[in-house]
Design a protein around this ligand. Structure first.
Ligand code: GLP
Length: 269
């Protein structure tokens, strides 16, 4: 796998690499993750990855799996923590992010099953707070996230941290928790769930504070439908109404990998 050619912009203090198409951006993301695993392993004897779901990272997982198949990359000393999960949902429900991760990544690589962490969509509601706190403590006990892979919602969300009225200073302290999904997010999930009334309206999500604490943040955005959100996050004000704009708080540690279509509205910047 070779690093595809890119054009680099510098926006809101962040490197934004623009690739010709989603495939090239995904290869770049996989190579970056591989490099982070190699470096963390050399430094600490292990690597801790924050993983994302959605349609965007599927190609990234395919490339990482391919690297594993060819013997170039092992996940034996890697722990993973997923960004989010619908709530309530059973792990074996085909629409769950547990199922997604198993299907696209976990079952194809040598990651130990007890090191692959996904928030539990079956936890009793009164225990979700304790479950979220435990998830965060596990990340800390593992030494923190070496990298957090992110996608962006059409409304600028990261994980399931939806647009909200909080001040940016308050929003960046948000921890892992149970949330209500934004109407745009629910609309985008209609195809997956087979109807608006069937979309699960709540979810567990890693908090913005937890995301921002990662030693490296990789934001992958592809497709024309993401162009507006990408521009709002990179060119607009830093606001909790566009949660991805809060990544500027971790600007030196954040890299945006976008394809040409998603970069449409920032290309002239
Ligand atoms: C989903 C997920 C996010 C994801 C985003 C974009 O709802 N909760 O973690 O990054 O929305 O999804 P997609 O890549 O399918 O556009």
């Amino acid at each position: 796998m070779k690093t595809p050619p890119s054009r680099t912009l510098f926006l809101s203090g962040m490197d934004v690499k623009v690739y010709p198409d989603p495939e090239a951006a995904s290869i770049a993301a996989a190579l970056l993750i591989e490099q982070i695993v190699v470096d963390a392993r050399a430094k600490r004897g292990k690597a801790v990855l924050g993983l994302a779901t959605g349609s965007t990272p599927k190609r990234v997982y395919a490339h990482l799996v391919e690297r594993h198949r060819t013997g170039a990359l092992s996940f034996r000393d890697v722990s993973t923590y997923n960004l989010d999960e619908y709530y309530p949902i059973a792990a074996n429900d085909p629409r769950s992010y547990h199922s997604y991760m198993y299907e696209h990544f976990f079952r194809h690589v040598d990651l130990a099953s007890n090191r692959a962490h996904v928030l539990d969509g079956t936890i009793t509601e009164s225990l979700t707070e304790a479950h979220a706190a435990l998830f965060e403590r596990s990340i800390e006990a593992d030494g923190g996230l070496d990298a957090q892979l992110l996608g962006i919602g059409r409304n600028g969300h990261i994980g399931f941290n939806e647009p909200c009225d909080l001040t940016p200073e308050r929003a960046i302290t948000l921890g892992t928790r149970l949330v209500e999904l934004h109407p745009t997010t629910r609309a985008d999930a209609v195809a997956e769930f087979g109807g608006m009334d069937r979309v699960i309206p709540r979810a567990l999500t890693l908090g913005i504070a937890t995301i921002l604490a990662a030693r490296s943040i990789i934001m992958l955005a592809t497709g024309a439908h993401k162009a507006e959100a990408v521009a709002a996050a990179l060119l607009g004000p830093v606001t909790a109404q566009v949660p991805a704009s809060l990544l500027t708080y971790a600007a030196p540690r954040t890299t945006w990998l976008v394809d040409h279509a998603a970069a449409r509205a920032i290309a002239q910047a």
